[in-house]
Design a protein around this ligand. Structure first.
Ligand code: 13P
Length: 245
């Protein structure tokens, strides 16, 4: 269960969040719990999550280790401060910051080299769904950004399916729609990496997940977790999602 805070909260608000959230999920053993905070708040988040069952992640990473790349942050820098996870290829980065299948792949490999767990995002836009192109888009994103990994690398990533039209809109995909996309992704994985790798891969759903719709999503056989934006910002609502059982 991963929270993506996007561009929200200061360092002080980060610390405040954990003081309420950590006790509320302390007994959750059915899921890994992750918060992906803005870069500048990662030290505060790592500090606040010490001695808890919450892992900390970033929302992006550059693919080179260091160099003259103004504004970028590398995987070794993230690993050095105690970050364990990183979201890669979020649709907002694809839409506003020129992320492509190629950059997603390079960032994923760079994260894996430093021992970070990449949460690689895929998902179709509204016009693509309306044109019945969802599977074509997912296949393209899978084949260009994920399938190129070797089997050992693939075994260490998490995939997030986030239909762009469901992000921040309150329009959750129905559990059946989400399940169909997840099942398709798992069939793509099976076709390339084999059935065992497909069964073992965790595929998260993201897009307007809330405490009151998470259970129906999690009941689907191919939905293994959630990547939560807006509803991860308040301790009670994200704890309600984590503790959905
Ligand atoms: P919302 O939960 O706010 O729709 O955001 C989903 C998302 O983009 C998570 O990465």
């Amino acid at each position: 269960m991963a929270g993506n805070w996007k561009m929200y909260k200061t360092a002080a608000q980060t610390t405040e969040f954990f003081s309420q959230f950590a006790p509320a999920v302390a007994s959750a053993t059915h899921a890994e719990v992750v918060i992906c905070a803005p870069f500048v708040n990662l030290p505060a988040a790592v500090e606040a999550a010490k001695s808890t069952n919450i892992g900390i992640g970033a929302q992006d990473v550059f693919w080179l280790k260091e160099g003259a790349y103004t504004g970028e942050v590398s995987a070794p820098m993230l690993a050095a401060i105690g970050c364990k996870w990183v979201i890669i290829g979020h649709s907002e980065r694809r839409q506003y910051f020129g992320e492509t299948e190629e950059t997603v792949l390079k960032k994923t490999v760079a994260a894996l080299e430093e021992g970070l767990t990449p949460i690689v995002c895929v998902g179709e836009r509204l016009e693509e769904r309306e044109a019945n192109a969802t599977e074509e888009v997912l296949a393209r994103q899978f084949q260009g950004g994920i399938q190129v990994l070797d089997a050992q690398q693939f075994a260490r990533i998490v995939i997030a399916y986030e239909p762009v039209w469901a992000i921040g809109t309150g329009k959750t995909a129905t559990p059946e729609m989400a399940e169909a996309a997840h099942a398709f992704l798992r069939s793509q994985i099976a076709g390339h990496f084999g059935q065992a790798a497909a069964d073992a891969c965790r595929i998260l759903y993201g897009g307007s997940v809330k405490p009151d719709n998470v259970r129906g999503l999690m009941e689907q056989p191919d939905i293994d977790g959630a990547l939560v934006g807006g509803a991860s910002l308040a301790p009670a609502s994200f704890a309600g999602i984590v503790n959905y059982l």
